[in-house]
Design a protein around this ligand. Structure first.
Ligand code: UFG
Length: 336
């Protein structure tokens, strides 16, 4: 039996393929390579010494998905394939609804038709909107602050409805906090197209000399040092969380949402300091205005992940920084 990983050529997807292969599962990757790399797929296979076939297809192509499910004798799916740039989702929402929600609908229909009833969904802490309390537990109300977030909430609702209608279906929505770092081999990592939107890839490009300085978006937030606080989680921990979630789907039908974070908040300047400590490389930064839509602080309640999945983040900020830096140094132009 095989696990289909949609979006397996992307950042979290490629690390998850490697983690699943390492646990002995057979894996097939489906990706249209619009924001992922065939090199990442080949490297995930090489790292584990296991085959990792790549089906190049759009997740909205239901016939192609159905073929992949049938040809590879798939019994479970991990669904990443989606677009994820917040600003782009505001500028061009229809494309986000089409890929993120339309793609999920096509995938679920193909799964139901093929009798595949186990699905792990790549969701996001963005579904909580502006935090009403911290830490953010899974029962915190959901609210979309941009179209990207709306598509994650809608896909979770789709999965809830499917589980209610088909009692054999099991779906776990994993709500990620801020995944950073890279595979410790330096062979897999984040390869953003263009100017990075997110803090850590931007910081890496400053450290390697590709950009002059990090702009710190707001130094007057109501936090200890005035900069934004987030829950950074090592991408390899996150990948292992998907393996645990897949095990959960084998035993427990129904829908559940689970946070994947460390439960600890780190400010922008604390992350810069941790990076400098872990790598010995300086990161020049300058204060900049707050970024629209940002919140002061956000971190996860992690009890449900521990209780239901037996998962807990094991890698600290030093490992996130050292591993991210190893990847950046070995691959200054990403996958090329
Ligand atoms: N930041 C900077 N400078 C930068 C980039 C970011 O100071 O160049 C700051 C932000 O203001 C924020 C923190 O660094 O305080 C983290 O920002 P990121 O963009 O890395 O991450 P976000 O928390 O804003 O967003 C992430 C994902 C989203 C997801 C969201 C909610 O990128 O997809 O978490 O969980 F929706």
């Amino acid at each position: 039996m095989t696990t289909l990983v949609t979006g397996g050529a992307g950042f979290v997807g490629s690390h998850t393929c490697a983690a699943l292969l390492a646990t002995g599962r057979d894996v097939v990757c489906l990706d249209d390579l619009s924001n992922g790399s065939a090199v990442a797929v080949a490297r995930a296979a090489a790292l584990t010494g296991r085959p990792l076939p790549l089906v190049r297809a759009d997740v909205r192509d239901r016939a192609a998905v159905a073929r992949a499910l049938r040809d590879h004798d798939v019994d479970a799916v991990v669904h990443f394939a989606a677009r994820k740039a917040v600003a782009e989702s505001v500028a061009a929402p229809a494309g986000y609804w089409s890929t993120n929600v339309g793609g999920s609908i096509a995938l679920v229909e193909a799964c139901l038709e093929a009798g595949v009833h186990r699905l792990v969904f790549s969701s996001s802490a963005t579904v909580y909107g502006r935090p009403a309390h911290l830490p953010l537990d899974e029962d915190h109300p959901l609210s979309a602050v941009n179209p990207y977030g709306a598509t994650k909430i809608a896909t979770e609702q789709l999965l809830r409805d499917v589980c209610a209608a088909e009692p054999r279906f099991s779906a776990v929505a994993l709500r990620y906090f801020n995944p950073i770092g890279a595979h410790p081999s330096g062979r897999l990592g984040e390869d953003p197209a263009g100017v990075p939107d997110n803090l850590f890839p931007y910081l890496l490009q400053v450290a390697v000399g590709r950009r002059e300085a990090l702009s710190v978006f707001g130094t007057d937030w109501p936090t200890d040092d005035g900069t934004g606080v987030r829950d950074y989680v090592h991408v390899v921990d996150l990948a292992e969380g998907h393996a645990r979630a897949l095990d959960h789907t084998a035993a427990t039908p129904g829908f559940v949402a689970v946070n994947l974070g460390t439960g600890r908040g780190t400010s922008v300047l604390q992350l810069v300091a941790a990076f400098e400590r872990a790598t010995g490389v300086g990161v020049p930064w300058r204060p900049a205005p707050r970024r629209e839509g940002d919140v002061a602080a956000c971190w996860a309640a992690v009890a449900r992940a521990e209780r239901l999945l037996g998962w807990r983040a094991a890698r600290d900020l030093d490992a996130m920084c050292a591993d991210g830096w190893r990847w950046q140094q070995a691959n200054p132009a990403g996958y090329g």
